[in-house]
Design a protein around this ligand. Structure first.
Ligand SMILES: Nc1ncnc2c1ncn2[C@@H]1O[C@H](COP(=O)(O)OP(=O)(O)OP(=O)(O)O)[C@@H](O)[C@H]1O
Ligand SMILES: [Mg+2]
Length: 208
């Protein structure tokens, strides 16, 4: 069965593209699973990233949101096992409707007051689409109390919160510039470990 995982946040720069490209490269590396990354952001960050890579089990495409259902049904016919959708940073109604076609919504959030304040708009999207969702703290500094403070705020939303975090790591920036996921760039690094843990978590969540 094909799974569709949407990476959504109305906040710009939260880490949607970072999480989408890294989960997609990891999924594609697993027993050669056919993976599709769909960039529905007009900024085209994932598409630009994919320009720098050789085609593997992961294909990256873009589509207008009004064709998403057709793209998803042909992906299914092509034997794609997992689809990741990278969203633009705003609550365009067409984009919200697109999120309805997902099995799970992954919401990255930085541990900053402006990101936390902006979560309200993203939560409205999640509530509207009525799909399971996971909040993920992204770009967390190694030291300090920002993470603990952000966790308290996010827990209060009642939405599932991934127990680990994605760190603020140069590997994510370097890998992205090279058209790679951290799994390819630095397979044994801390960033790769975090991406694997997140993938395992969302996999379980979809199955449950
Ligand atoms: N965990 C991380 N560690 C270090 N840098 C990160 C991390 N996550 C994201 N970044 C960097 O932060 C910037 C914004 O991240 P990204 O493009 O993934 O956010 P986005 O939510 O997709 O933004 P937009 O809303 O514009 O689409 C990028 O330069 C990216 O490399
Ligand atoms: Mg993006």
């Amino acid at each position: 069965m094909m799974r569709v995982i949407s990476i959504v946040s109305t906040k710009g720069g939260a880490g949607k593209t970072c999480i989408a490209t890294n989960l997609a490269t990891h999924a594609a590396s697993l027993r050669g699973q056919k993976t599709l990354l769909i960039d529905i952001d007009p900024q085209g960050s994932s598409i630009a990233w994919a320009d720098n890579r050789e085609e593997t089990n992961l294909t990256t495409i873009t589509t207008p949101t009004n064709r998403l259902d057709k793209v998803l049904s042909s992906a299914k016919d092509d034997g794609v096992s997992t689809v990741f959708i990278d969203y633009p940073p705003h609550g365009d109604p067409n984009v919200t409707i697109a999120a309805r076609q997902s099995d799970l919504i992954v919401v990255p959030c930085r541990p900053s007051s402006s990101d936390l304040q902006a979560m309200g708009a993203t939560i409205e999207v999640i509530q509207f689409v009525k799909k399971p969702a996971v909040l993920v703290l992204n770009a967390v500094p190694a030291r300090g109390t920002l993470e603990a403070e952000a966790r308290d705020v996010l827990k209060a939303t009642g939405i599932d919160l991934f127990k680990d975090s994605i760190g603020d790591r140069v590997a994510f920036i370097r890998a992205f510039a090279a058209g790679q996921g951290v799994i390819e760039y630095e397979p044994k690094g801390k960033a790769a470990k975090e991406v694997k843990a997140l993938y395992t978590y969302i996999n379980k969540k979809i199955k449950s």
